[in-house]
Structure formats: structure tokens, C-alpha cells
Design a protein around this ligand. Structure first.
Ligand SMILES: Cc1cc2nc3c(=O)[nH]c(=O)nc-3n(C[C@H](O)[C@H](O)[C@H](O)COP(=O)(O)O)c2cc1C
Length: 210
């Protein structure tokens, strides 16, 4: 079996982190790189990620995540947030980024801008936020794979109250809304779930080859 698949089998949604084993700065940077390099619809990356190490903030978030222990025991809590204002100015900033990164002329991108205006910017607000959240989940997926490769433990988490998270982290004023979170660190040897067999659909139910 390939090492890549072996590592994916090694990973599991960690319930108990070893709070004495802190994730190295260089490792969190690699994981953040994997998030930054994630694919997104039109390349717009309509999300931002809070990288929370601060213990006090995590203590505040803990009850809002149904007191799941990962919030306190992992080295980091990453909060993937959808951008809530995705308007023409937001798109212009993206266009400017392409212009400066690739040395292009703004005029060359006018067709692209018009297409994104029609396909995304003109959508109702709820659709845009849902779309933005979906893009954040893709970044979470990339983070999970990268972490497995480096034998770093992660628990992806939806078990929290987004309204409370938004309030505690004062996200409304930053035009952000919590989509999904991930706790990152190293597993505790005591976490028995690491020994459990993976429960997955059989391939014949998952894949349909046409
Ligand atoms: C989007 C998402 C949300 C999840 N939320 C939680 C959570 O709040 N708490 C938790 O302990 N596990 C959570 N999980 C972990 C899943 O239960 C786990 O990934 C699944 O059972 C498969 O097991 P494995 O990841 O260990 O292979 C979540 C997973 C995903 C992808």
C-alpha cells in the first residue's frame, strides 16, 4: 500500500490530545500553507481562518463547543470563517491581486470580472455565504490530508454553536461567520479511538464506474 494511503489510515478524528505535547511552530506553518494553497471556486478563497493558541479564548469557546475536550487540550483551534461581504469591492481586491501577482493588465481581466459578477456577486446573500462555507470545507480537507502526511493530529469539528462562536470571537464586526473548526496537535496515547478500525462504505457502494 502507498505511504500516502497508510498515513490516511493512521489519521483519525482525535478526541484526546496530549496537552503536554505542543505542535512546533514550523509544523503549524506547513498546515497553514496547505490551507493557503487550497483550491477554491474561481480562486476567490472567500474565507479567513483564525489560528487560536490563546488559552483564555479557548476557555471561552469550550462551552460553546459542547465542552469537547479537544478545544482545551489541542495546541491550536483553527476557526474557518466565511467572508460575509462578497461584493464588487471584494471582487476588485481579488482582481488587483491577480494583476499584481501575474503582472497582467486590469483590462485583460474585465471578462473574468463580469463572469464572476454574474455567477457569484449577484447571488442572494445566503447563497454566497453557503458557497463561501463550502470553499472553507475544501481547505479543511486539504489541512486534514497535509496533517496526516506529517503525522500531525487533527479533529475536524462541527459540534459547536456558530452563533456563540461568532459572538465570542466578535466576528460580525469583521464580516466573518464561523463555518467549521479544527483542533490541531498531537494525540494522547490514552485515546483508544486511534486503535479503532475505520468504518467506511465499501467501495462498491461508494464508487460507480461507468
Ligand atoms: C465536518 C466534520 C465535523 C465533525 N465534527 C466533529 C465534532 O464536533 N467532534 C468530534 O469529535 N468529531 C467530529 N468529526 C469527526 C467525525 O466523526 C469523523 O471524521 C468520522 O467519524 C470518521 O472517522 P475518522 O475521521 O476518525 O476516520 C467531524 C468530522 C467532520 C468531517
Amino acid at each position: 500500500m502507498s505511504d500516502y494511503i497508510e498515513n490516511l489510515k493512521w489519521r483519525y478524528a482525535t478526541k484526546q490530545f496530549d496537552s503536554d505535547k505542543e505542535l512546533e511552530e514550523s509544523k503549524i506553518e506547513i498546515l497553514l500553507d496547505s490551507v493557503q494553497l487550497s483550491a477554491s471556486s474561481y480562486g476567490m478563497q472567500p474565507y479567513e481562518v483564525l489560528v487560536i493558541k490563546d488559552k483564555e479564548t479557548r476557555r471561552k469557546l469550550h462551552p460553546a463547543a459542547f465542552e469537547q475536550p479537544q478545544i482545551l487540550d489541542a495546541s491550536y483551534v483553527l476557526v474557518f470563517c466565511a467572508n460575509t461581504i462578497i461584493d464588487e469591492a471584494y471582487l476588485d481586491e481579488y482582481v488587483e491581486n491577480i494583476v499584481s501577482t501575474r503582472g497582467m493588465k486590469k483590462e485583460d481581466l474585465s471578462g473574468m470580472k463580469e463572469m464572476i459578477m454574474n455567477a457569484v456577486i449577484s447571488q442572494p446573500q445566503e447563497n454566497k455565504i453557503e458557497w463561501a462555507k463550502r470553499q472553507a470545507y475544501l481547505a479543511l480537507g486539504n489541512l486534514l490530508s497535509a496533517a496526516a502526511h506529517y503525522k500531525i493530529d487533527v479533529c475536524p469539528m462541527e459540534g459547536f454553536d456558530p452563533t456563540q462562536f461568532n459572538q465570542i470571537l466578535e466576528l460580525e464586526g469583521k464580516n466573518l461567520a464561523t463555518a467549521v473548526i479544527a483542533t490541531v496537535g498531537y494525540r494522547s496515547e490514552e485515546d483508544q479511538l486511534q486503535h479503532a478500525k475505520k468504518v467506511r462504505k465499501p467501495k462498491e457502494k461508494l464508487f460507480h464506474r461507468l
